[in-house]
Design a protein around this ligand. Structure first.
Ligand code: ZN
Length: 599
């Protein structure tokens, strides 16, 4: 059957509302259905599905098409991948179909090879943990942590032994027809002077699976005093740690059923939570929650319960994550574990209590506002002012005006201040948000996270294909100062200096080398040979634009802040600041309006 006939056949058997409804919560809007777009961040629905025409489109990011294009985007696959996925679901046989083109074939083959190697590694590590004398250290570590046999099975935990040679796993994979190039590309090995050695040694190994249960990477917990305590697979063509959530394959059913997900901080928190019957728990790989991860969750539910440690680092991470979840238009609650404990302790000790804490978690903004207020009262004087400022910063991050007003009431009642005045101050003071200092705390602000993503992606692309630098420099006039993070700016400059040659990491300062290592090393579909130069160009343009917008917004926030500090906008430098702010805003508007942008 030709792929054209096959796709017609598939379309006739599947309903677009079912296909999309598995990812987006749709509600009826006249003849169409609408929901929150899974491809860009929004909190009012602009994503529409037309069941009569079997088409979808988004008024926000202007993506649209049929079910195949939807699956391409949501699964990050090509047309062929979408066709196969939907054919399976529709029960259509594709065996008579056209052959793949060479680039597709190569990519598919490598992907399959890496998935296969990962699966072999899961089996190897798991076997060592369960059966081998070399797994003893791993077994006693897990025993001490109360990790049961059922847990080891459920999460397919394993152990990477120290071994008498540094290439236990590499040899095991080689014996099973693993190609050296694939083993190197899988992240399971490192290349030490031309010799492949095991990436994980003397660590408990935690397979990280995508939502469909395929192992895409690993986390490794050091035994004893090994450093770093946690080591994750580096970025590979399968694994990008900021895009996956540990435990999602096991949790997705429960998340879907309960309409909510619990996000925890660590792998073992999740293992413990599932043991305690909190089956909708997932975690990041030891990094801050990202926008991509929030979007992933939004495919399955509309509420997130954040479960973070009570220590200052955990509190800070929670505050940032709340903003991201709210920006995505999802409900957010915040469960704070009493200081000195973590969810894993609770899961071991008092399972009923953990479930109850999850059940009773208060709305996130309420927790953050209450934390900011502390025990301040109308009679607290100076401390009360401090508390009010902290609370206003929280209020300024609430995206919905009505919810902001609700919590302004709460603050007003507590401090004996008129809520309307609080709101007015919050809205005038650049939403009360202190602008991040240049290059500092960027990855911690919700907007910043996205920008770091865009600039890192662009730099990653340029590192991958240095011949593109000329275009970015000459056509888009990108300069060092276009990067919000000065070190990324320096890195760009260093790359541009030697382009079209690739920069040698040895020529960089240690700080810049770290920056370089943080860049994504793959996952650039726009660079595929068959992606075409138009797509590549559009993509470069998009990234340049996003980076510029973020820089401008950062500057605008600083101006707003300074204006807010003046007692009156006509005072002193006020008019000049206001004019500058106005200019920045017009530049932002012009960039945003110039089309072709995804977000
Ligand atoms: Zn959209």
């Amino acid at each position: 059957m030709s792929s054209e006939r096959a796709s017609e056949e598939i379309k006739s058997r599947l309903d677009i509302l079912d296909v999309i409804g598995g990812h987006v919560r749709l509600t009826r809007a006249g003849r169409e259905w609408k929901g929150l777009c899974p491809f860009h961040t929004e909190h009012t629905a602009s994503f529409y599905v037309n069941p009569e025409k079997q088409l979808w489109n988004c008024h926000g990011c202007h993506e649209g098409g049929d079910i195949f294009h939807f699956v391409e985007l949501i699964d990050h696959t090509d047309f062929r991948g979408a066709l196969e996925e939907l054919a399976k679901r529709a029960g259509v046989d594709l065996s008579q179909d056209r052959p793949l083109n060479p680039a597709e074939l190569r990519r598919r083959k490598q992907r399959e090879a890496l998935l296969h190697l990962n699966q072999l590694a899961v089996d190897f590590y798991h076997h060592v943990l369960l059966k081998s004398p070399a797994g003893e250290q791993g077994r006693s570590f897990l025993d001490a942590r109360g990790v049961t046999e059922a847990d080891r099975e459920r999460f397919k935990l394993g152990y990477a032994p120290l071994g008498s040679t540094p290439d236990n796993l590499v040899r095991f994979l080689g014996q099973r027809q693993g190609e050296a190039a694939d083993i190197a590309a899988s992240g399971l090995a490192r290349n030490e002077r031309g010799r492949l050695t095991d990436f994980f040694r003397q660590r408990v190994v935690i397979p990280i699976r995508d939502e469909q249960g395929r192992t895409v990477g690993f986390g490794g917990r050091a035994i004893g005093d090994g450093t770093p305590k946690y080591l994750n697979t580096r970025t590979t063509s399968l694994f990008e740690k900021s895009h996956v959530l540990f435990g999602l394959d096991l949790a997705r059913e429960a998340i879907h059923k309960e309409h909510r997900a619990v996000v925890m901080e660590g792998y073992f928190d999740v293992v413990g939570a599932h043991r305690a019957g909190v089956g909708n728990a997932v975690s990041t790989s030891g990094t801050a929650l990202t926008e991509a991860q929030v979007r992933l969750l939004r495919r399955f539910s509309d509420e997130v319960i954040l479960c973070f440690d009570g220590d200052p680092a955990g509190q800070h991470a929670a505050g940032v994550a709340v903003g991201l979840v709210a920006q995505a238009g999802m409900n957010c609650r915040l469960l704070t574990i009493p200081e000195g404990q973590d969810p894993d302790d609770l899961a071991r000790g008092d399972q009923v209590r953990l479930r109850k804490l999850v059940e009773d978690a208060p709305p996130a903004w309420e927790s953050l506002v209450d934390q900011a207020l502390g025990d301040a009262s109308p009679r607290s004087g100076g401390q009360g002012q401090e508390a009010l400022r902290r609370a206003m910063r929280v209020l300024g991050r609430i995206p919905e005006a009505s919810i902001r007003a609700l919590y302004a009431e709460r603050v007003g009642r507590r401090l004996g201040v008129d809520a309307a005045r609080i709101l007015r101050d919050v809205e005038q003071g650049g939403k009360g948000q202190a602008p991040p200092a240049r290059g500092e705390g960027l990855s911690k602000s919700p907007g910043g996270e996205i920008a770091m993503g865009a600039s890192a992606h662009l730099l990653g692309m340029l590192w991958h294909s240095p011949q593109l630098i000329a275009e970015v420099r000459d056509r888009y006039q990108v300069r060092r100062d276009d990067f919000l993070d000065p070190q990324q700016g320096d890195l760009y400059e260093a790359m541009a200096e030697v382009a079209p040659e690739r920069l040698s990491p040895a020529d960089l300062s240690p700080e810049l080398r770290v920056r370089l290592e943080e860049l994504p090393r793959g996952g650039f579909p726009e660079l595929d040979e068959d992606a075409g130069s138009a797509r590549r160009q559009r993509s470069l343009g998009d990234y340049v634009k996003r980076i510029r917008i973020e820089t401008l917004e950062n500057q605008a926030a600083t101006l707003r802040q300074r204006l807010g500090e003046l007692s009156h906008h006509r005072d002193g430098e006020g008019p000049q600041l206001a004019a500058e702010l106005d200019r920045k805003q017009r530049q932002i508007g012009a960039l945003r309006g110039s089309g072709g942008m995804e977000a």
